[in-house]
Design a protein around this ligand. Structure first.
Ligand code: SF4
Length: 175
């Protein structure tokens, strides 16, 4: 319980404070967001939640831009061609019997969480969306994994699949 309180303090007080500082020092803002994500992940791991009711929440930008299939309402519309990691992420979710959704923003992500009512979340997104989402969804435990952006923000992003698998293993082992 004390650990959850510490997480609440970090997310509800430290995060907004750092964002105010970050609004004056723009170059530092992403560094602060990454700090909050890492701190949150450490605190969630210390709480050691165990559940099989996990939601894997992904950003829309993992879908390669040349693919025209609409995934936001149903990620299983993906035809598994393998041109992007959506195929691998569906396989990971299937193997672990997880709920899997793509969100285009914070409002949709909150709606998905409200509908599916998971007990823990593995979330992939950029530092901005991830840190604000983790704060919004507190006290639900979220393990956040920042995406990789070799082509710049919001287009053809990628994620380290091993990190996703490890986060799922951590939350579900022994549940
Ligand atoms: S795996 Fe293929 S079909 Fe599925 S989202 Fe990626 S590009 Fe589209």
């Amino acid at each position: 319980m004390r650990r959850r309180w510490v997480r609440g303090f970090a997310l509800r007080f430290l995060y907004p404070l750092l964002m105010v500082v970050g609004s004056f020092k723009k170059a530092k803002k992403e560094q602060f967001q990454r700090f909050i994500i890492n701190l949150n992940n450490r605190l969630v791991r210390a709480e050691n939640p165990k559940t099989k009711k996990i939601l894997l929440l992904l950003p829309h930008c993992l879908q390669i831009d040349e693919c025209t299939i609409r995934l936001t309402h149903n990620i299983y519309n993906c035809e598994r061609c393998g041109k992007c990691e959506i195929k691998d992420l569906i396989q990971i979710a299937d193997e672990n019997e997880l709920n899997l959704s793509v969100a285009t923003g914070g409002t949709l992500a909150r709606r998905i969480v409200g509908n599916l009512k998971p007990e823990a979340i593995v979330a992939v997104a950029c530092e901005t969306d991830l840190s604000s989402g983790i704060v919004d969804i507190y006290p639900l435990p979220v393990l956040g994994i920042p995406n990789e952006r070799p082509f710049g923000p919001c287009v053809n992003t990628q994620v380290d699949l091993e990190k996703v698998k490890e986060a799922i293993r951590f939350l579900s082992s022994g549940a």
